[in-house]
Design a binder for this molecule. Structure first.
Ligand code: HEM
Length: 411
């Protein structure tokens, strides 16, 4: 790869050319070794953008995640790409794009519903959804694990939490994927602006309709929680309800789909590891953690420095963009032995759900449960499935996911 010859100071880690087959793991490895807090001078897609800091190892991602006063989620938005397509004011309507105290108050509304205990109550429903989808493909020779299996399962699970009718799952899944992969030229050849002009209004209109229905008649779903939420005696604004809905839908859809697909690919490509899981399915939760470590569904989240500071000996100026790269921290050789080896007995701690702090993922228990059930039911039915075509990765610096994984169910 051409960049291998260029000095690390000149690597521009978010340049699309490096991401054609998923995260640039080799570049990440070089940067981690040389300067785990690294300055990129710009981005090839957005020449007008200033440079940004990359945080590449676990230690420093931990520091940034925990210090919201210095590293804000609210000031500049949560993405490395410029906010021109997804303006910061719009992002600020989601609690992932807010700082305390408002962030904490809105998050607290949902936390009770997402505890491991409350989440476990949904296991039977999740299993029933997974079995239905996996049984539905039984007479096919080949399927696409991403779109024929993962997508319908995760869409129905989060759809049932949000109160969406099942017949609308397909359209919601399409809209949510368009949003998170707006800058992937293979998915959205017309470019991110079109997605924001065409798809975002449709999302908002559908969401407003659902909100109006729940206002008139609340149900036992998360949309009703959003509609009725009160912070210091005041209801959320319409914008905050819409954006809260979009946050839960995107976080719940694409993340779990991505981890299941990449995890299944690793299981198929490592027959010894697959055999361990078939012999002892109680290892499947550990395989889930290993998949989260190696293939974190979100490649980054971003913060903005609120004051001049220093990290890993680097001078960070007020207003600088600071990007935490999870695919890099998941391969941190200071933490993991042989980090590129998929090892279902490793039981890793990882940062795929964030590194603690205020924005730690709300959906960890749900994601872990879904992933365990999906892998259990897949391996039970199709223990020797094999890859039947070229797996393709999204070409985007935010989502780390396969867009297709063709498999033969019974070789
Ligand atoms: C494999 C699955 C998942 C992964 C890898 C994942 C990853 C993450 C990460 C890295 C963050 C932290 C962002 C930051 O530090 O700025 C986050 C936040 C969040 N996640 Fe997840 N997530 C997953 C599943 C889910 C699910 C199923 C839900 C449920 C609806 C969910 C809801 C959220 C929410 C609401 C936040 C924002 C939390 C806050 O700002 O306080 N996630 N997630």
């Amino acid at each position: 790869m051409a960049t291998r010859e260029i000095p690390v100071e000149e690597v521009r880690i978010a340049d699309r050319e490096l991401w054609s087959d998923g995260p640039p793991l080799e570049e990440f490895r070089r940067l981690r070794g040389a300067c785990p807090v690294h300055w990129s001078t710009g981005m090839s897609d957005y020449p007008e953008e200033p440079g940004f800091w990359s945080v590449l190892n676990q230690e420093f991602i931990h520091t940034v995640s925990r210090d919201w006063q210095t590293f804000s989620s609210e000031v500049g938005g949560m993405l490395a790409n410029p906010a021109k397509f997804f303006p910061v004011e719009v992002q600020n309507g989601m609690f992932i794009g807010m700082d305390p105290p408002k962030h904490d108050r809105i998050k607290a509304l949902f936390q009770r519903g997402f505890t491991p205990k409350r989440t476990a109550e949904h296991e039977d429903t999740i299993r029933e959804i997974a079995c239905r989808v996996l049984d539905g493909i039984a007479d096919r020779e080949t399927v696409d694990l991403v779109n024929d299996v993962a997508q319908p399962i995760v869409a129905r699970v989060i759809g049932s939490f949000m109160g969406i009718d099942e017949e609308d799952d397909v359209v919601w899944a399409r809209l949510m994927f368009a949003l998170v992969s707006a800058d992937d030229p293979n998915v959205n050849p017309e470019g991110p602006a079109t997605v924001m002009e065409r798809d975002l209004p449709e999302i908002v209109a559908r969401c407003q309709k659902l909100i109006a229905e729940r206002r008139a008649e609340p149900r036992d779903d998360l949309t009703s929680v959003l509609v009725n939420a009160e912070i210091d005696g005041e209801k959320l604004t319409e914008h905050e309800i819409v954006m809260g809905f979009i946050l839960l839908m995107t976080a719940g859809n694409d993340s779990t789909k991505a981890t299941y697909s990449s995890g299944m690919r690793a299981i198929i490509e490592n027959p010894d590891q697959r055999q361990l899981l078939l012999d002892d399915p109680s290892l499947i939760p550990d395989a889930v953690e290993e998949a989260l470590r190696m293939f974190p569904a979100f490649a980054h989240f971003r913060r903005t420095a609120t004051k001049d500071t220093e990290l890993g000996g680097c001078p960070i100026k007020k207003g600088d963009k600071v990007v935490m790269w999870y695919p890099s921290s998941g391969r941190d050789e200071a933490v993991y032995e042989d980090p590129d080896r998929f090892d279902v007995t490793r039981k890793p701690e990882h940062q795929a759900f964030g590194a603690g702090g205020r924005h730690f993922c709300l959906g960890t228990a749900l994601a872990r449960l879904e992933l365990r059930v999906m892998i259990e039911e897949t391996l039970k039915r199709y223990p020797d499935m094999e890859i039947a075509g070229e797996p393709k990765m999204a070409q985007a610096i935010f989502i780390n996911q396969l867009t297709t994984l063709p498999v033969r169910l019974r070789p």
